[in-house]
Each structure stands twice: as C-alpha cells, then as structure tokens.
Design a protein around this ligand. Structure first.
Ligand code: NAP
Length: 348
C-alpha cells in the first residue's frame, strides 16, 4: 500500500510499556500510520517525548516525538485504535470507544472473556471474528472490540494449537515470566533481583480460561475440553516469558509426530502474508539448552514462539519448553497482527 493511503490509527495508553511497543512497531508499518495518541490526565497536553519515559532500545520514532498526548475521550481520534490501557482504565473506557464507533484492538484483560468479544490469535482462530456482527447487534455498538490474549496464554495457546489434531486431554504448565510483563516501573528491584516470585495475581486463572476460549469452537463460546493447570512465576528476566509444558494427548502420537506438528504449523497470517506474520510462527529448536529468553525472544521480529526440548513425559504424554516475547507477541505485535488480519478480511 503506498505510504499516503495508510490507515490512520491511534494508540490509547501510548505512554506505557506496551504503548511504546505499539509506537515502535507501527513507525514504518506499510498499512497503518499513527496520527493520534492518548493516555491519562498525567500525560494529557504534553508532547509525546515529554510524557513518555521511553524504555525501548531503539530511539523514539521522530514523527511521534512532537505529537500531542490527548485525553482518552470516546469519539475523538481515528476509527482504528490500539489500546494499551491499564486494565482499570480499559474497564471504563474501551466499551465507550466501541459505542462511539471506534474499532478497539485491545491488550487489556477487561473484555477478553466476554462471549461476544473475539480473543484472537490469527494463526489459531481467525474464524472467531465471525462473532462481530452479533457483538454489534447485541451491544448496540457501531464500532467493535477485538482482544489479544494475556502475554503468557498466547505462548501456551500457540504451542498447543498444532497438537489439537492429537486431541489434548490435559495440560500442566509452569511459567518463568519476565519483569516487563508487569508494566513500568513494575516489580520493585529489591523483590526480583536474585529471586523468584511464585505468584502473579490472576495470571493462572487467565492462562487456564483464555487458552480454552482461544482453542474453543463457536467463536470461543464452547471452550476447548482440555483441563489446563498453570503455575505462574515472576523471574529476573527483562523480556520473554518461558514455560515448561506437559501435555496428555489422547491419540498418543510419537515424539517425532509432535515435533512435525509443531514445525509444520501455519495459519491464516502466513497464507495471507500479513506484514507482521512470522514465518514460521513456531520455531522448533533442536539444541538441548534452548529456547532462552535472552537469545530467542527476538525470533520472527518477536512474533515467533520458540519451542524446544520436545520429549516424552512419564506422567502425561509429551513435554517441552516454549518461550515468546511478552510485549511483542504477548501484546503490541499481537494486536497489530489482529488489525492486519481484519484489514485483509475487509473488516476495518
Ligand atoms: P503501563 O506501562 O502501566 O501503561 C499503562 C498506560 O495506561 C499508560 O499509557 C497510562 O498513561 C495509561 N493509563 C493509566 N490510567 C489511565 C486512565 N485512567 N486513563 C487513561 N489512560 C490511563 O502498562 P503496560 O505494561 O503497558 O500494559 C498496558 C496494558 O496491556 C495492560 O492492560 C496490561 O495488562 C496489558 N498487557 C501487558 C503486557 C506486558 O507484557 N506488559 C502484555 C499483555 C497485556 P500515563 O502514562 O499517562 O499514566
């Protein structure tokens, strides 16, 4: 698409950790152009470079530095809005934006489990967008809300999706989650340095219920019938959520069949060659000590999920390690891929 016909988009919560990822990833996007930014009263009226405490290694893109940061006022700003709002603010605001005609691509937990809101991973459940006409009708919105999953649930769901062909019966997952998943300034350094914190509020429930909705049928209204049990831990890693996963697979495939299923997995983003689609979406690693977040979080531009150490499990059936970039595949990159799918499907 020529630069001058790019679709204008806005970012709600543009100053936060995920908001900055949106700004960075949209800077040279072939289809979308950031024209409008919004955040809290703390930032309202400032220029973006004054309001945002920039935390990414690449410099702040020049064309957003001087953009003003607005209040989050429904009806203002372009039709397509990416939301990186704090969950409390998202609870109050996102449905108001949808009612005012905006298409909100949200990262927040607020609407993910609403049966009329798609919880989308385009590689897995692109068909869940089919619920949007009913969403608009029942809620009376002229816009829409489409969500992406929790940053750990997306890594789990991506690595389980190729295994549905073997009928997944039960899943045990233990996470080692990066500090950037808690936003900025996040977990105090004195709590996390040299430490593991074995509790992340609400995270285990989200991993369990979101995974069942993502893999489910009828736009996620019929949950996938696997039992999922999650332990979630915060570790002293900057970016990249790592998890060890054991799965019971009813049809008892060989380990080679599990490896092939993960390696050969492709979805709609790859078929449509969407700009943010990783190829392949799952990188199967043969080295015995991979994936590692410091080395592998950037695979596929941060959009690929890395899987390694695929082997038999004496308790369930198979076990492996999975890792994905939490603020890219787990947040901003996921919402941008959702928007790309919607654009390609004529829904924007
Ligand atoms: P964050 O760094 O704390 O940023 C929060 C953003 O929300 C800031 O731009 C803030 O603006 C804005 N905000 C807060 N209260 C507001 C209000 N009342 N009205 C308008 N704007 C308000 O958080 P984050 O880590 O970027 O996370 C953003 C969202 O994505 C959260 O819902 C989070 O759960 C979700 N998420 C995060 C990750 C991750 O890995 N970090 C992954 C998946 C999903 P000010 O700067 O003006 O205060």
């Amino acid at each position: 698409m020529p630069q001058d016909t790019r679709i204008p988009v806005g970012v709600l919560g543009a100053t936060g950790m995920v908001g900055q990822q949106f700004i960075s990833r949209l800077a040279n996007h072939p289809w979308f152009e950031v024209t409008w930014l919004a955040a809290s009263e703390r930032s309202e009226g400032k220029r973006y470079h004054e309001a945002a405490s920039w935390r990414l290694p690449a410099p702040m893109p020049a064309d957003v530095r001087s953009l003003p940061v607005h209040a989050c006022t429904p009806g203002k700003g372009p039709k397509v809005l990416f939301s990186a709002l704090d969950a409390k603010a998202a609870d109050e605001l996102e449905h108001q934006f949808a009612a005012a005609g905006h298409i909100v691509l949200s990262n927040a937990r607020s609407h993910r489990m609403d049966p009329l809101v798609p919880l989308l991973i385009p590689e897995i459940n692109a068909d869940h967008l089919g619920v949007l006409p009913e969403q608009r009708k029942v809620k009376g919105w002229s816009g829409a809300i489409v969500t992406n999953p929790n940053c750990a649930a997306v890594v789990l769901a991506m690595s389980l999706a190729p295994l549905r062909q073997f009928s997944i019966h039960a899943v045990m997952v233990t996470t080692m989650q990066a500090v950037s998943g808690a936003g900025y300034p996040g977990v105090p350094s004195l709590d996390i340095l040299g430490n593991v914190v074995p509790f992340i509020g609400g995270e285990e429930e989200k991993m369990q219920s979101e995974t069942q909705k993502i893999l489910g049928s009828d736009s996620g209204r019929v949950p996938y019938p696997a039992t999922v049990s999650a332990h979630t831990n915060r570790v002293a890693v900057l970016d990249g959520h790592t998890m060890t996963i054991s799965v019971d697979l009813t049809s008892k495939p060989t380990i080679d069949e599990v490896v092939s299923a993960l390696r050969d997995f492709r979805g709609r983003p790859q078929a449509l060659e969407l700009p943010s689609a990783p190829e392949p979406p799952i990188v199967v690693m043969a080295e015995p000590n991979r994936p590692q977040p410091r080395l592998d979080a950037g695979l596929g531009g941060g959009m690929a999920v890395a899987v390694g150490r695929i082997r038999s499990c004496p308790v369930l059936h198979a076990k492996f390690v999975a890792m994905g970039h939490n603020t890219v595949r787990g947040a901003a990159g996921a919402a941008i891929l959702n928007a790309e799918l919607m654009k390609a499907e004529g829904l924007l």
